[in-house]
Every structure is written in structure tokens, then in C-alpha cells.
Design a protein around this ligand. Structure first.
Ligand SMILES: [Zn+2]
Length: 171
């Protein structure tokens, strides 16, 4: 695919190669992917997307990976649910709500980004994944790392104590 052109700083515009860096060395601004849209245009079409897999990977030409899909065969393509009652209340005949609670494997919208991120991490040669999270992201990272055979570390604030852990500590 190789549709990524560079990483570019959102603050100062400095460009970097598509390596494992996430902040600008000049201003600490966040880096975003700059895509090679001229190249993408040559190979992408509505038909190609429609004929693609029933997952986020039908949009692979527009995702920040270079190789084939490795994870997330059931992430994305979540259904639109016709919200008749809410639509009537709001005066809208055609109101649909995206049900992103049916992503796989963790029933979270985070499954989309984590599938792509870990696929890219593998391309870059990483064997360990880590994140800071108190919920959905942690679950998704752990599940995808397990599927990929990678180690996962989740960092949680020491004050993020649940009622369950308080009850356990009180015993
Ligand atoms: Zn910068």
C-alpha cells in the first residue's frame, strides 16, 4: 500500500519519516499522518471499498499501515439502527444511530483504532504494546495484543479505584 507520505506536526508543520515517533522534536506538537493522496487516488474506488472485507480493512488504502491487515477482521461495519422514537421526539423521520457496541473482540469502538495501531506496531517490529487507560482502550489493547502474541502493559492511575477493589480491600 505505502500510502503514508510522512508524519507532520500539527503545530509547526515539520515533517518526519513514518517511524515510531509521536511528538514533534521541535515543539512537542502531536504528529499526524500525511497521506499520499495522489498515489491513493490511482488505486481506490467506491467499488473497491464495497468489494473489500466486511471490516475497517475495506478502507486499508486510507489507514496508516503499509502491509496487509493482521488484526481486526470483525472491527468496524457496525450497524445503523433506525431510532424511530428519538427521531419522532426530535421531529426527524430518518434518524439513525451507529451501534458501535458490536465491534469485536471487546465490543468497543476502540477495537477499530487498536486493530490498526497494533498492525502498524508489528510492521515497525514491536513485540510489546502499552497504553494508559481506565477502560475500553485497556480491554481492547489486551485483547488485540493476546491475539497478536504480543506483550501488553496497561497503566492506570493509582487513584482509579473501583468499588469492587475497595470492597476487596475491605475484606
Ligand atoms: Zn512541531
Amino acid at each position: 500500500m505505502a500510502t503514508m507520505k510522512a508524519l507532520v506536526c500539527r503545530e509547526c508543520g515539520k515533517e518526519y519519516p513514518t517511524k515510531a515517533i509521536h511528538v514533534c522534536e521541535m515543539c512537542f506538537g502531536p504528529l499526524e499522518v500525511k497521506y499520499n493522496y495522489e498515489e491513493i487516488k490511482k488505486g481506490i474506488s467506491r467499488k473497491k471499498i464495497q468489494d473489500g472485507p466486511h471490516s475497517i480493512w475495506r478502507y486499508a488504502d486510507l489507514l496508516p499501515v503499509e502491509g496487509p491487515a493482521f488484526l481486526g477482521p470483525h472491527a468496524g461495519m457496525t450497524p445503523l439502527v433506525h431510532a424511530k422514537n428519538l427521531g419522532a421526539y426530535l421531529g426527524l423521520d430518518e434518524l439513525y444511530i451507529k451501534n458501535d457496541t458490536v465491534n469485536h473482540p471487546t465490543l468497543s469502538f476502540k477495537d477499530r483504532v487498536v486493530a490498526v495501531a497494533i498492525t502498524r506496531a508489528r510492521e515497525l517490529g514491536f513485540e510489546t504494546i502499552a497504553c494508559a487507560s481506565t477502560g475500553n482502550l485497556a480491554n481492547s489493547v489486551a485483547a488485540h495484543a493476546a491475539a497478536a502474541g504480543m506483550r501488553a502493559y496497561v497503566f492506570i492511575r493509582s487513584k482509579a479505584i473501583t468499588t469492587t477493589s475497595i470492597a476487596s480491600a475491605a475484606r
